[in-house]
Design a binder for this molecule. Sequence first.
Ligand code: PLP
Length: 284
Amino acid sequence: MGRIVYVNNEYIPENEARISIFDRGFLFADAVYEVTAVLGGKLVDFSGHMRRLHRSLQELSMEIFLNEEELLAIHRELIKKNDLYDGAIYIQVSRGSADRDFLFPTEHPLRQTCILFTQKKDLRSVKPGISIISEPDIRWGRRDIKTVQLLASSLAKVKAKQAGKGDAWLVAENGQVTEGTSSNAYMVTQDDSIVTRNLSNSILAGITRDSVLRLAAENNLKIEERPFTIAEAQQAKEAFSTSATTFVQPVIAIDGVQIGNGKPGPLTRRLTEIYFEESERTAL
Ligand code: PLP
């Protein structure tokens, strides 16, 4: 049996779900999304994801007709209906459907399209670390908005896969790493400082990033929020990335250059444990 998904107020079997061909999410990538991890049937960092969803919508002059309590109820209902233990829930909100026009439709209220579905994922296996490649960052300039405009990231990820690697880190024209294709990027300096790019329009403000940096600070670890280059990361003691569905992911080689001893470093492993424990403790 397929999944039960949510489409505009209805819980239906996935093969019965229908969206208009005129949906602006489909025609213009005029839609935003969130992915929240589900650990042991509970939602990780849920409030953070919903806060960012609201911000993304606001930045595109959209509003959502559901409040956080209602969104939580829908997420929980989907977990229940799909008997989801470990995995993720995807939510997408588009401006809705109207005849194709670059201008936003003026008819009010345009009915937004809101869909949610679950995905089963293994979130518990010990991560041996991934090798990554670097790729030019060819995405648009508002990467702080979590839109469904993901083709550039998808192409970079495919290139990494074709090279037999786990992911790509994206590099701006000035040579500085922005982030991973669907993760934030970090290196650990020789004097044990955790370095990750500062927040701006150039990167997505990762919810996992936020939690990991908070936990690192609480554990008296040194943090530097600043850009860094691939060359710097290749000389680093450790490297890793974070995202809602990979948590803390060790990076053990970049463009063929081994990081440290080529194994997940101690600080990365410590952050992996701290974040996992905190997620299990605070999941809703
Ligand atoms: N950066 C990009 C481009 C992403 O797509 C993602 C997640 O999908 C992240 C960073 C990590 O964000 P989060 O920790 O909220 O999953």
